[in-house]
Design a protein around this ligand. Structure first.
Ligand code: PLP
Length: 409
């Protein structure tokens, strides 16, 4: 008999977005004439930049001829993309990276979920709460998260991010082996200052902690003082892996491309005390389990860095951030407390009068026909909040604000 990995059975069956879909569907059945505006799911709506389309068309044509056809590429990604990334995303910020420290992937979800392959099952985990669910669920799947007790996993330290602490995660008073940080943050839309991030680097250096830094939304940062990369902080290369994505930057959610930076200086221990370079293990893992991102996709990603590509990406970000501003101002005018939305495409809204996340979600659906995401779906500290995204169509964002203003009057 083949035995299953029973850790999978510990995962709660329901998945936040399928629960939402069920509730929205039953509303649609009972209210067939109502038009719903979805401000819930974090998928983009703007098409790919023109420069990307042209580069991908060209790459498809290359695939049509024997002389320019590309089969399996390097598991780590093509040099043309890796070098362009380093030149544009890191060198201008004073960060020196070698090409072998950058791994191209099919999006940040895969690597943030898979990185645990190279780490022992009994490391302790820390997450900011609320949290992007992949960090926790991927650790549950290999047994690292422990057991679920009262809505929390026993081997996970939850670091609350609430309006009461300005959404600044407090440094833990005990040591944790692996910490996940995500900035700009999904779901709260808040950011971390250089000073606060430095505290985490110091904590990691003092406690031999590995930081998983998810910077999937760095392109949305507007404030020049906010760090885009964790490696802007001295010492970070010794303690941190950084994840990035073209999904939200250039509309690649359906194309699939991102990258992970694993510095050569970064090491972790064995039980006998030996230090092992993480880069070596991750490279070995990728060469065995991943056969590279498609040539066409990587040419598309490269094009986001051309002069035209950069301009077009800037326009896309500007479009979504204008949505965010419209939503922020609209929601604030109703008297609601709104966080995020200034350096991130997410708005984190406190529900009024202490109403629960799900209750507010249902009221907003039934009374204003607007769909959000209940904050509690992202962790215990998300209770009493709702997440709205700025990835929608402009007209829908404006109409949604109109409806919410009338509803909350
Ligand atoms: N990290 C965070 C914080 C995200 O919110 C998302 C997607 O919503 C991802 C990673 C995954 O992005 P990708 O499309 O690159 O897999």
């Amino acid at each position: 008999m083949a035995l299953v990995n029973e850790h999978f059975l510990k995962l709660p069956n329901n998945y936040l977005f399928s629960d939402i879909a069920k509730k929205v569907n039953s509303f649609k059945v009972t209210h067939p004439k109502s038009s719903i505006i979805r401000l819930g799911i974090g998928d983009v709506t703007e098409p790919l930049p023109k420069a990307v389309i042209e580069a991908m068309h060209k790459a498809v044509d290359e695939m049509a001829h024997k002389e320019t056809f590309h089969g399996y590429g390097p598991e780590q990604g093509y040099d043309f993309l890796i070098e362009t990334i380093i030149k544009n995303d890191y060198t201008p910020r004073g960060i020196h990276l070698e090409p072998s420290e950058v791994f191209i992937n099919d999006g940040a979800k895969s690597d943030t979920g898979n990185i645990g392959d190279i780490l022992r099952h009994d490391n302790s985990i820390g997450v900011t709460d609320p949290v992007y669910p992949v960090y926790i669920d991927s650790n549950v799947m290999c047994g690292r998260a422990g057991v679920l007790e009262n809505g929390k996993w026993s081997n996970v330290v939850y670091i609350p991010c609430l309006k009461e602490n300005n959404f600044i995660p407090q440094i833990p008073d005990k040591r944790i082996d692996i910490i996940y940080l995500c900035y700009p943050n999904n779901p709260t839309g808040t950011v971390i200052s250089k000073g606060e991030l430095k505290k985490w680097i110091n904590y990691a250096l003092e406690n031999d902690t590995l930081i998983m830094y998810d910077a999937a939304y760095e392109a949305y940062i507007q404030d020049p003082e906010i760090p885009h990369s964790i490696y802007e902080i001295k010492g970070a290369k010794k303690v941190a892996i950084e994840f990035r994505s073209f999904s939200k930057t250039a509309g690649f959610t359906g194309v699939r491309c991102g990258y992970t930076v694993v510095p050569k200086e970064l090491t972790a221990g064995t039980l006998s005390g030996e230090r092992i370079p993480i880069n070596r293990l991750w490279n070995r893992r990728q060469c065995t389990k991943f056969n590279g991102t498609s040539y066409i996709t990587q040419r598309g990603a490269e094009a986001t860095y051309s002069p035209e590509g950069k301009e077009q990406v800037k326009d896309i970000i500007h479009y979504y951030m204008t949505n965010a501003r419209i939503m922020r101002e609209g929601l604030q005018s109703t008297g609601l407390s709104v966080y995020g939305g200034e350096n991130a495409p997410y708005l984190w809204v406190k529900t009024p009068d202490g109403i629960s996340s799900w209750k507010f979600f249902e009221q907003m659906l039934y009374e204003a026909n607007v769909v959000g995401t209940p904050g509690v779906g992202f962790g215990p500290s998300g209770e009493g909040y709702i997440r709205l995204t700025a990835f929608g169509d402009r007209a829908n964002c404006e109409e949604a604000m109109k409806r919410l203003k009338t509803w909350l009057k």
